[in-house]
Ligand binder design. Sequence first.
Ligand SMILES: *Cc1c(COP(=O)(O)O)cnc(C)c1O
Length: 481
Amino acid sequence: MSACPGERGGSGARAEPKDLPAVDELLRASGVASMVAEHGHRLLAAEVRSLLDAMRAQARAGTLGVQALRPDALEAALRSRVDARLAPRMRPVLNLTGTVLHTNLGRALLADAAVRHVVETMARPNNLEYDLETGGRGDRDAIVEELLCTLTGAQAATVVNNNAAAVLLTIAALARGGEVIVSHGELVEIGGAFRMPDVMVAAGAELVEVGTTNRTHPHDYERAIGERTALLMKVHTSNYMVQGFTSSVDEATLARIAHAKGLPLASDLGAGSLVDLAEYGLPREPTPQDKLAAGCDVVTFSGDKLMGGPQAGLVVGTRDAVARIRRFPMKRALRMSKLPLAALEATLMLYLRPERLALDLPTLRLLTRPVRAMRELAIALQPALAAVVAPRFTVEVVEMLGQIGSGSLPVERLPSAGLAIAPAQRKGAGRALDELAGALRALPLPVIGRIADDRLLLDLRCLEDTAPFAAQLGHLQRALA
Ligand SMILES: *Cc1c(COP(=O)(O)O)cnc(C)c1O
């Protein structure tokens, strides 16, 4: 916990432990009584005790000044402790990293419509699993299944907690106790301990690798199919790219091979955009509808990557395969909560109006933002920021390259613009930059940039409203003073 006013030792007389007030005495003090009235006795008593413990330790060490015991100083120290205790650990930040789908910063931003739907349905009873026509029990999947089928052309759909769960459940339901054939070049680690070979073990299936890191051919799959084969699987290598002398087998060919032997084919897309990004001037990313049309029985993808919704794992496919997945007992343990389900429904609905999507869906809006808009914003913000960080730093408007993030299109970069803050002196430049980055993170609304080439870069792609940023400048000036 940071030092509170009144806890610092001053230069004057030192306080002794015996000078400290008793817990009850402090709780009855006039300024403290109003805090007790607001927050209740329990919280205040706990904070008073911990404040007095901290002060007693300081007094024993001879570092507590008598002025810290003045009623106003005690009250202020207590107030800042109570405020800190009640401040949420999960806080909004400004993502100026240039990565739109930043996994550590919460991935996709929810659309206004999704936030509204969550707020409207969560504080009240709702028909989560209640059929309003019959008055009987309903299925929570029904809330989004028809929408998902309309949007992807699937016969059936189900949803779980995240895409890792969707992949685990798909493999377990379709291949537990059997073999799953996957290309060696697609045995990806998505980060955070999600490795395909480990997922196979967790799902109770046996992995059969075919091909090599760079090349896999149709006959590799054909030869690997045996008595125990239960599933053929394709994994989108979303977070890296094998370039050069490569070949892989597309879904249409794999589907023919699988179906000739009566086996299902699953495809894990990862990011899975529901629209063709090329239509928006962005690099193309495979869509679930393409994969289903190519003959996949199941396609899995994330809700909070390119789809721009809440954390979710979407499973679309044939009636038969989805029914087996839905029936599998593990589904109950991985099911989605009503909260993201409401956000998912509202997000999917935005896709029914594709002409408005680049306005209504924040992920697509940010990805399609013209460089000109960001450059104009940078020019407008530069003077005020330069004044605040001077004389230790200088600020320039620069072009830079951002990225989509969350493993999507790893080699594609998004041309962007923003502000580059550079230390005025070469000597100690590295430390000055670290200090600046720390000061930005410590702001009431933390600002997260990135350090590159001895400069701190603030990419403005994700800054749609300048007011919250401008409101931080006074705090930054004081922090750097
Ligand atoms: C991101 C990703 C996952 C995991 O999805 P989460 O929604 O983060 O659980 C699985 N497979 C691929 C290919 C991915 O890109």
